[in-house]
Design a protein around this ligand. Sequence first.
Ligand code: PMP
Length: 448
Amino acid sequence: MYERSAELFRVAQEFIAGGVSRNTLLREPHPIYAARGSGCRIIDVDGVERIDYSNNMAALIHGHCHPAIVAALADQLGRGTAFTMATEQEIDFARHLCGRSPTFERVRFVNSGTEAVMAALKAARAFTGRARFAKVEGTYHGAYDYAEVSQSPGPQNWGRPDRPASVPLAVGTPGSVLHDVVVLPFNDPADAIAILDEQRDEISCVLLDPMPHRLGLVQAEESYVAALREWTRRNGALLVFDEVITYRTEVGGMQARYEAEPDLTALGKIIGGGLPVGALAGRQAVMAVFTSVGGPPRLPHSGTFSANPLTMTAGLAAMSLFDEESVERLNALGGRARAGLEEAISTAGVSACVTGTGSLFRIHLRANPPRDYRSLFLTPEAATTLRLFIDGLYDSGIVMIHTGTGALSTPMEQADIDRLAEATLASLRRIKPRLLAGESASDPRDGS
Ligand code: PMP
């Protein structure tokens, strides 16, 4: 079933360090190689067709090769891909995005979510003149050194729950980086504020993903967001949302569901219409750090391919299609997917649960949803069980993100949801003996 992929990976390792340029794609015993995609389906190099619930890590809101995006791109391709000149396409897309959320008064484009978060952190520093910032333990915000701090700590180094340590991800991370990143517990306003209070004059911003994927797609509680908003306002710091994944949950992003408004928002993934993208959007007063008025800007900022007309064109086409009606339809389908998965879990008679909202879901092989990064931390046995579960889905024609997360795309229909539920039931049945043996998919802290 996977011969050609196995062969390609053998060759790849002779030329590409580690075999692929994205560790996310690694699977045992080798990655699967895609040949082509259409709508919500991918065909791999061995000719196997699957329904795509990974959508390039939740980046493709319209699946593959949406005809309107392909046509818009083809038209732009014939007119040039990038210039050392500004383009009207950038203005058109910026106007569109600013129209989607009241907090997006000005925008600035980059080429990845990593860069969007980097620009956000640097903008917060430039605006406040402060070097440090705070983030939630275990969250993924891309590959900027600072954003990587405490992305993957473990029990051996994560420290006290009420005072999480700043833990490096990569070997050789400078100590100064660790010092400048303050790590907060998730959904615990009292401890988070106590930590922030200890460095009240040094924090430029608090960076928050309203539903962090690596914390199990569990939503930030209203009271937590409100406490962080109140603290940042009172102490001259900014509140920055990372909506690189969550932006798809509402026309204006997941922030529309909270009373508190962020000063800045990092965007990426779906807004590129399938092409590499990132954007920083926010209050005009803060975004003014990018502006030169009679002198250099507080934050000089460029990028050879930033706001290239291909990405702007694809992004505008994709986001124009993802209007109120389209978001509502997809969110309703997401609700049916979560319900279908819960039914499959109950039919299989195993301890598992589903988190997520809108068009995002995540299956957990444990009775109760995790509360935070620590409560999600998998034992090696649980990680193996999860891997076998995902493998089972692949074998039944479903492509999922390796963590058990899925992201819907607009070409999907009820029949695709039914296929997901059926494949989940089959895969759960396959791993049921492991789950029952308690070998164990449930974390020891499960249910506590
Ligand atoms: N922030 C979040 C919440 C993300 O999920 C990701 C990517 N998975 C990023 C930032 C980084 O985006 P990119 O991979 O485009 O650099």
